[in-house]
Ligand binder design. Structure first.
Ligand code: SAM
Length: 371
């Protein structure tokens, strides 16, 4: 249908169609097993027959001890109905197969009697009505009333939401006070809607942050870098700045970062426009510095709230720029820290989080290193 094609291209243009691999989901979710027993899980950006999130939860339903699994997908997702669809399962009328639908799973067992549980059992359990697979009334938008009703029912939301709606997606989850494990861009750490949640220890990063590869729809344009097609013609994209965001307690956020460097004023320059030292790599945080330190946003991957306090982000901490920096600094920019790199030369530093060590070691000379 022409209308649908237009819709699909418009959606693809938004570049939201990145599909998560089962191995990446397994690698992350193995750290959260204790949270799932007796819980209702919602995957609300997930075609039940295409999403590996749905697959992970339905195939591990009994092992995790889930109470219920809910999944909804969005109108016209290009990947929808490519393998096993609502059409195959329910034999719905031709032309309706692109409709968004919801899956409600409360039981998973070897329905086909072939000795193991797989997606065919899942399809069979939908056909017999032991689980429910029904069309949604609306378009499956996570903000639609019927999807919000499912959200209200859920205990934990787990998915890779549309990158373009990440801010709104997180605020919807926070408003509804839901637990979640979701994928986003590491850059979201510095978003004005997301950073305060991290700073105030309401959300944090999961385990496997950094590189991740995703399958993308056929109509995605090839790219010079981080793009390939596999032997089956499947297109792939990878990104180096992917992060898992969660508000479920995990061991990792209680692990102390081992600090091996010591402070020296020659090695750690102070910013000219803020009273903190520049630490270019989180692994270089000195163990004996008690004052404020500027670190890259990748620090969030190592953040343990018992060890460090997050004070703010450069964007919000410096709202003015001196005449000297304006005149002599390259690309003067409000909201950035500057270092003096000789005479009247100033170097602009990337966005920094400002942190403080809650328990700094005593310096060798016995004098506290701070402001
Ligand atoms: C990054 S993809 C990930 C898909 C799937 N969760 C996965 O991990 O493989 C985000 C998905 O959200 C869907 N989507 C886009 N806008 C949406 C909305 N407003 N509500 C719900 N889903 C949406 C897209 O169609 C896309 O399939």
């Amino acid at each position: 249908m022409a209308g649908n094609n237009n819709l699909n291209s418009a959606k693809s243009a938004r570049k939201d169609e990145f599909y998560t691999q089962l191995t990446d989901i397994e690698k992350e979710l193995k750290h959260y097993r204790q949270h799932f027993r007796g819980k209702t899980v919602l995957c609300n950006c997930d075609d039940p027959f295409e999403s590996n999130f749905f697959k992970y939860f339905v195939l591990n339903f009994n092992r995790l001890g889930l109470k219920k699994l809910l999944a909804t997908c969005y109108t016209g997702s290009p990947i929808a109905n490519r393998q096993l669809s609502l059409f195959d399962v329910l034999g719905t009328a031709e032309g309706t197969e692109n409709r968004p639908y919801k899956a409600v799973v409360t039981t998973v067992y070897d329905k086909t009697g072939d000795g193991g549980v797989d997606m065919l059992d899942v399809a069979e359990l939908f056909k017999t009505g032991e689980n429910e697979l029904t069309e949604l009334e609306g378009d499956g938008d996570f903000r639609s009333p019927e999807c919000l009703a499912l959200l209200a029912e859920a205990d934990i939301v787990v998915t890779n939401p549309p990158f373009s709606l990440f801010r709104e997606y997180v605020s919807t989850l926070m408003e509804h006070e839901k637990s979640f494990i979701i994928i986003g861009s590491l850059n979201a750490v510095s978003y004005k809607e997301i950073f305060p949640l991290l700073m105030n220890n309401r959300i944090w990063l999961g385990y496997n942050n950094g590189d991740m590869a995703f399958t993308v729809p056929d109509d995605y344009e090839p790219r010079e870098t981080r793009y390939w097609q596999d032997e089956n013609g499947q297109k792939w994209r990878s990104m180096g700045n992917i992060a898992w965001f969660t508000n479920l307690d995990i061991k990792k956020r209680h692990e102390e970062m081992i600090l091996v460097r010591r402070y020296s004023p020659d090695e750690y320059l102070k910013y000219v426009n803020y009273n903190a030292i520049e630490v270019t790599k989180a692994s270089d945080i000195p163990c004996d510095y008690a004052g404020q330190m500027g670190v890259p946003i990748t620090f969030m991957d190592k953040y343990n709230p018992d060890q460090f306090e997050i004070i703010g982000i450069s964007r919000e901490l410096v709202r003015t720029i001196s005449e000297d920096v304006k005149k002599n600094g390259a690309y003067p920019q409000i909201g950035r820290f500057y270092l003096n790199i000789g005479e009247t030369k100033y170097k602009k530093v990337y966005e920094r989080l400002v942190i403080r060590n809650k328990h700094p070691e005593t310096p060798r000379e016995g004098k506290i290193n701070a402001d």
